[in-house]
Ligand binder design. Structure first.
Ligand code: UD1
Length: 430
């Protein structure tokens, strides 16, 4: 099994290019099957979750042509199978976007019901409420969600909770329903806007994405497009936090600084200097870091996907900080691993109380999920001595060439698979 081995202590310095947004890409790949014409998607991140989604599209009969590692052409005219199998859902929950896409296009779809996951129970009741409101019959039997409708009719949908997934899924179906749909209390995340922009470039009529009311006038047909995905705000934020943790100086390039405002605000609060350029952000951490309070919230609040990385910073910042996780109930699983590196964190319900220590000490830890895995790597980069991160499979779900990008900034990090490679690295850095 692959692992990352890290010798901590080097401040990260230099420039790093950010790739396309994984979470936008997952949904945009699903929209690509909603027309019979060929859709070209550029700036696709080359990560595991995206490859599973492409397999799922091929699994229902879509034609996938991987032009290069960041460009794909998809043709959905040959789709023959309206059932998305459990093997895909089990690997990535987001393959449920195919339910919204297929239902919109063919008025019928079946997708295996996703189970729980590493960051807590994740119901999809709001997605189903939306499909039902649009006139679909939705049943759950033998582990499958079946949705079908004679005709889908536009309607008014209020989401009880702000949900990225439900907003996008309902928006996709409503794009091909008859008449007008309004989604209230919609998610405002940048990737919701990106999916709406992609659909509009395919001929859909969606207004208000990025606000909490999205208005959709259904169209009968969608057409081809050539769409370039927005930069990944979480990948960018992760590198910005790596700069802070290692007292470095990094410029993250190819980003939309506006999407990073919550992350930037917290870095300023803990004592970093930030310089915003047109499509880049520079983070300089020259002074000791200090404590702050953080609550995760839907966009434009502080993203839950940056919460573990924030903990890593606060655990080596002077004073006592708190992090309140308000989106997912089980997102502090990494705390035990971080404690093995010396962190002093107490979790009470959905609040982590963090007392800053001076330094992490390297240890062998396991990535419990994607973002927490990246956070443990950051801790390793800041630690004294050697850290080995196991289960990096999770990290590779969402970060392309993570260790190579970090190494280009001066980190001592390698991907290893054997005891011999570990020994070789240890000898090299000692
Ligand atoms: C997306 C992101 C994920 C991020 C999350 C929150 C993708 C592929 N994943 O996940 O990385 O952490 O947004 O920013 O884009 N909820 C319900 N019922 C539903 C749907 C959601 O109660 O039908 C609840 C969830 O349990 C959670 C909250 O709503 O407490 C927000 O979840 P949601 O925004 O839907 O997250 P995802 O779209 O799954």
């Amino acid at each position: 099994m692959d692992q990352y081995i890290i010798k901590g202590g080097n401040p990260l310095v230099g420039e790093v290019e950010i790739g396309g947004a994984k979470n936008a890409a997952l949904a945009i790949l699903a929209t690509a099957i909603m027309t019979d014409e060929t859709v070209t998607i550029e700036n696709l991140p080359d990560v595991r979750d995206i490859n599973v989604m492409l397999d799922a599209i091929e699994g229902i009969g879509g034609v996938v042509d991987r032009v290069d590692s960041h460009t794909v052409k998809i043709n959905g005219s040959m789709i023959s199978n309206l059932t998305v199998a459990y093997e895909y859902i089990k690997k990535i929950r987001a393959s449920y976007y195919l339910l919204g896409a297929l239902l919109g296009k063919y008025k019928k779809a079946e997708v295996a019901l996703p189970g729980g996951c590493d960051i807590g129970s994740r119901p999809i009741d709001l997605h189903l409420k939306g499909f039902r409101a649009l006139g679909a019959n939705v049943d759950i039997h033998h582990g499958l969600i079946s949705a079908s409708a004679e005709t889908l009719k536009g309607t008014h949908i209020y989401l009880d909770k702000v949900s990225v997934g439900a907003t996008i899924n309902i928006m996709m179906t409503a794009a091909m329903a008859e008449g007008k749909t309004t989604i209230e209390n919609a998610a405002k995340e940048p990737h919701v806007v990106d999916v709406a922009n992609c659909l509009n470039s395919m001929g859909a009529n969606i207004r208000g994405a990025g606000t909490d009311v999205i208005r959709i006038s259904g169209v009968e047909k969608l057409h081809k497009t050539d769409y370039f995905i927005i930069p990944d705000q979480i990948e960018a934020g992760t590198f910005m936090f790596a700069a802070a943790a290692t007292r470095g100086d990094i410029t993250v390039k190819n980003v939309i600084p506006k999407h990073l405002e919550a992350t930037t605000a917290k870095l300023l609060e803990v004592g970093c200097e930030i310089e915003e350029l047109d499509d880049a952000v520079r983070v300089v951490a020259s002074k000791p870091l200090h404590h702050t309070q953080v609550t995760t919230l839907p966009y434009p609040g502080f993203p839950t996907d940056m919460q573990p990385q924030m903990s890593v910073i606060l655990a080596i910042s002077e004073g006592t900080s708190t992090i309140t996780e308000s989106i997912f109930e089980n997102r502090f699983k990494y705390v035990d691993e971080l404690s093995r590196m010396g962190a002093n964190i107490k979790v009470e319900s959905n609040i982590a109380i963090i007392t800053g220590i001076e330094k992490y000490t390297g240890a062998r830890v396991s990535a419990p999920d994607l973002r927490a895995g990246a956070a443990l790597v950051i801790a390793g980069l800041a630690a004294e001595g050697i850290t080995i991160v196991d289960d990096i499979y999770y990290i590779e779900r969402g970060y392309e060439n993570f260790h190579l990008k970090l190494a280009s900034l001066g980190a001592q990090i390698e991907k290893v698979a054997t005891e011999k490679e570990i020994q070789k690295f240890t000898l090299k850095v000692s």
